[in-house]
Design a protein around this ligand. Structure first.
Ligand SMILES: Cc1ncc(COP(=O)(O)O)c(C=O)c1O
Length: 397
């Protein structure tokens, strides 16, 4: 039967038109088109670890799958066992003591919690301070919550740390219901921070009643033996802050969708209120597997750090030898590089794909401040990495 074309298109939420196309969807399309042309593509685009989830976590999941009691709706905030495991992990790794009943909530990946946070804390009329450059979800989530976004700059001369004296964050301009996102170790730059910066952030928040949201998805991906601090370890943080953690990158579990938020009980409650109306929590079997990762995963995390360290030691000299300027970083599996001759990020990414078959992420996808930069994710084995950067070195810019 022939479908009649509607005379008038039904409207959708106009806010959707304010969202940029999700960066990695656009990249995937480019990669597929190049592969269809027969090109051997080395994908250094999305930050998705290439190795499988460690066997002991998979085995725990297999066992849990056979436990029918886990097939029912999970507890919205996470099982007591999961929250206890998180509390133990946060105490052991970061010296942060949390009450599992009120200060921790399970997330369907940290992206989910980050995405819902502006609804929980800011809402229409509220303000979300998002770093430019930064993970694009902070500002997209603000748009979907109907909140105002204020982009604050992260610049190389400040080591990609916030400048609380900049005009966007200056005192006296802070509206009600505001939340400031930060992310250290940082995607895309790999920058790390110090307790002193967190203290400054807490004092900034305290003066105006703003919330701090710290995205610590890469907290375990430190490469210099120095574990980065948790915002929650700083005095005053539990009154004004919430922190996001993830199992994705630490344990090669991006597909499993599990992470957590922790911090101020008031912020955790607000997030729980949003989530309980929209989702029904993390599959209980996945939580069981996550408990195994958090309680028995130290050597898996060490192996991840060793692997990333080896890859950085290989990749950085190769890039530098062919004239690339790489931001020095001791964390994450990203390399944040100036484009050759300061050319536009998109044009540079296009040439990398067309001439070297290397997929990289244009810095402009992380905000205006990322223009003139390129991000390489070291998510292929060392042979492929050497091949990728040998090809890149042959491009005549
Ligand atoms: C900075 C940052 N935060 C959060 C996430 C989300 O991670 P997940 O939802 O897998 O926990 C990512 C994923 O790439 C990220 O780069």
């Amino acid at each position: 039967m022939k479908r009649r074309r509607p005379r008038r298109l039904h409207p959708v939420n106009p806010a959707l038109s304010l969202l940029p196309p999700y960066l990695f969807v656009a990249l995937d399309r480019k990669k597929a088109a190049a592969a269809a042309r027969g090109k051997d593509i080395i994908s250094l685009g999305i930050g998705d670890p290439d190795l499988p989830t460690p066997g002991f976590i998979v085995s725990e999941m297999a066992r849990a799958l056979r436990d029918a009691s886990l097939h029912r709706y999970p507890e919205g905030r996470g099982s007591p066992g999961f929250r206890q495991a998180v509390a133990g992990f946060m105490a052991r790794k970061y010296g942060v003591r949390l009450d599992p009943a009120t200060e921790i909530i399970a997330l369907i990946g940290s992206k989910e919690g980050i995405g819902h946070l502006p609804v929980a804390l800011a809402g229409p009329g509220g303000t979300v301070y998002a770093p430019d450059i930064g993970y694009p979800v902070y500002s997209a989530a603000a748009v979907l919550a109907g909140s105002r976004t204020v982009s604050y700059p992260l610049r190389e001369r400040q080591g990609f740390l916030p400048d609380f004296g900049c005009k966007e964050l200056a005192r006296g301009r802070r509206p009600r219901n505001s939340v400031l996102f930060m992310n250290y170790p940082n995607n895309p730059t790999g920058a790390t921070t110090s307790p002193a910066m967190f203290d400054e952030a807490i004092s900034w928040a305290g003066r105006g009643g703003a919330w701090l949201a710290h995205d610590a998805a890469y907290a375990e991906a430190f490469l210099d033996g120095k574990r980065p601090p948790s915002l929650l370890s700083r005095p005053g943080a539990m009154d004004c802050a919430i922190e996001f953690h993830s199992l994705s990158k630490t344990f090669n579990m991006t597909g499993w969708r599990v992470g957590w938020a922790c911090g101020s009980p008031r912020a955790v409650d607000a997030l729980a209120a949003v989530k309980s109306n929209l989702d029904s929590g993390v599959f209980s079997a996945v939580q069981r597997a996550a408990i195994a990762a958090l309680t028995r995963g130290d050597s898996a995390a060490d192996a991840m750090r060793d692997r990333v360290t080896r890859r950085k030691k290989l990749a950085v000299p190769l890039l530098e030898a062919s004239g690339w300027n790489v931001f020095p970083s001791a964390a994450t599996f990203y390399l944040w590089c100036r484009t050759p001759g300061g050319m536009a990020s998109a044009a540079c990414a296009e040439r990398l794909l067309d001439e070297a078959g290397v997929l990289a992420t244009p810095g402009s996808g992380f905000g205006r401040g990322g223009e003139g930069w390129i991000r390489f994710a070291l998510t292929v084995n060392e042979d492929r990495l050497a091949e990728a950067f040998a090809r890149v070195s042959r491009i005549r810019w």
